[in-house]
Write a protein that binds this ligand. Structure first.
Ligand code: ADP
Length: 404
């Protein structure tokens, strides 16, 4: 069976999915798994196409001390026990900088160029690149493709791309990149099939997961994002603050004596819903809590989504549809209802029953614009790009369609 392996490597986990390549480039998900607890309590879990468990096993720390080791153990399992020998591997890579506006076949030169972007995403990029390197060494003939979270936003205008800082810094790469691009691209490519009447119009997509951002899409292309230079900006997230006056960072350093590394840690791990609530970064726990601070955290989250919707509608010069996606957007009827309330000034109305049953269309017929819930699938997007590059030598996914 011809397969494509998709790898999404983070600091403490490597997630992977295996897709079979079927007639006319159709991709079908066969295996979904992850090695987590890398360097602490390594554990490999995987399930098959129907959600049936294929593996659940723990490893000694020495066996899976880092990301390359995790990739090797998971790769051995896939090859030896699942008989998976992929045609190619597609990687999620957070940063493609200004240079990479589409997926790319990886060679040593590409790795060197992606390595130069590590300072722009120090907590993610090195981990994304680690399995790329180990596969290059161990399987030099296996084609690998890098798919970027930034690429979908490279259609932004120069005005949207600039901070109001001296131009030299922009030339060095200090610009508004935007992230979650694979998710937005997937939604943008899916809308013509599920909601053709809005697919080419002015849409805000709210990707509300443990990382959260919103994207303004017009004619299928990104025109603006709430995220900028790093994935810290915009909405409050599970553990990141979202938009923050840079003066707060100066205060932390000059008055509280925090080093740059400590500030980085603080901003990525201790803020957002977790910092505000003092309870958890998980929206499910906050929704179940009676605590005042849990309610405050939720209030801030939905308030900021409302504010940013206004900003993105201004970028679009109007609005024709609103789409929820990702963990919170797909699963929390309560948060969706609260966000739609914040759009009430614009004439948006919710169909509470449809929202409660997580229907695709959750607005009422009298709503000023339709509101949709569309599950995202970044891994399928990566698999499609990988197959397309393999088949055509360029990124083009119109020959692939979703079956699972
Ligand atoms: P990521 O891929 O960024 O890790 P996801 O898109 O999977 O994140 O979203 C994860 C988040 O979704 C969880 O942290 C949790 O807060 C939220 N979530 C998942 N299911 C629900 C639910 N039923 N109700 C509320 N929030 C949920």
């Amino acid at each position: 069976m011809d397969t494509i392996l998709v790898v999404n490597a983070g600091s403490s986990s490597v997630k992977f999915q295996v897709y079979s390549v079927e007639g006319e480039g159709t991709l079908r998900r066969q295996i979904k798994g992850q090695m987590d607890g890398i360097g602490t309590r390594p554990r490999l879990r995987a399930s098959g196409a129907n959600g049936d468990s294929r593996a659940d096993r723990c490893y000694p720390i020495e066996a899976v001390a880092n990301v390359p080791a995790a990739m090797e153990v998971a790769g051995d399992w896939l090859r030896n026990e699942m008989q998976v020998n992929p045609l190619a591997v597609g990687h999620r890579v957070v940063h493609g900088g200004a240079e990479f506006d589409r997926p790319v076949l990886i060679d040593h030169g590409v790795v060197a160029r992606l390595d130069r972007l590590v300072p722009l995403a120090p907590l993610h990029q090195p981990h994304n690149l680690a399995p790329v390197r180990s596969i290059l060494v161990n399987f030099p003939k296996l084609p690998q493709v890098a798919c970027f979270d930034t690429a979908f936003h490279r259609t932004h205008s120069a005005v949207a791309d600039h901070y109001a800082i001296p131009h030299q810094l922009h030339s060095e790469g200090v610009r508004r990149y935007g992230f979650h691009g694979l998710s937005y691209e997937y939604i943008s490519k899916t809308l013509p099939q599920i909601a053709p009447e809005i697919a080419t119009r002015r849409i805000i997509v709210a990707h509300l997961g443990s990382g959260a951002s919103m994207c303004a899409i017009k004619g299928g292309q990104s025109v603006e994002s709430t995220m900028g230079f790093t994935a810290l900006d915009g909405l409050p997230m599970g553990t990141r603050p979202g938009q923050l006056d840079p003066g707060v960072v100066l205060y932390l350093m000059s008055e509280k004596g925090l080093s740059a590394a400590k500030v980085q840690d603080f901003l990525y791990r201790d803020c957002g819903l977790k910092g505000l609530s003092g309870i958890s970064n998980d929206m499910r726990e906050l929704e179940a809590s009676d605590s005042f601070n849990a309610k405050l955290a939720i209030d801030c989250f939905v308030y900021r989504i409302g504010l940013n919707a206004g900003m993105l509608a201004a970028a679009l010069q109007g609005l024709d549809a609103f789409v929820f996606t990702a963990g919170i957007g797909e699963n929390s009827a309560g948060i969706r209802a609260r966000v739609v309330e914040h759009l009430g000034w614009f004439g948006v109305t919710l169909d509470a029953a449809e929202n409660a049953r997580h229907a695709r269309l959750i607005s009422r017929p009298d709503s000023a614009i339709p509101v949709y819930v569309v599950p995202t699938d970044e891994e399928l997007m990566i698999a499609q790009h990988t197959l397309a590059l393999l088949m055509n030598g360029k990124s083009h996914d119109s020959r692939t369609k979703r079956v699972s």
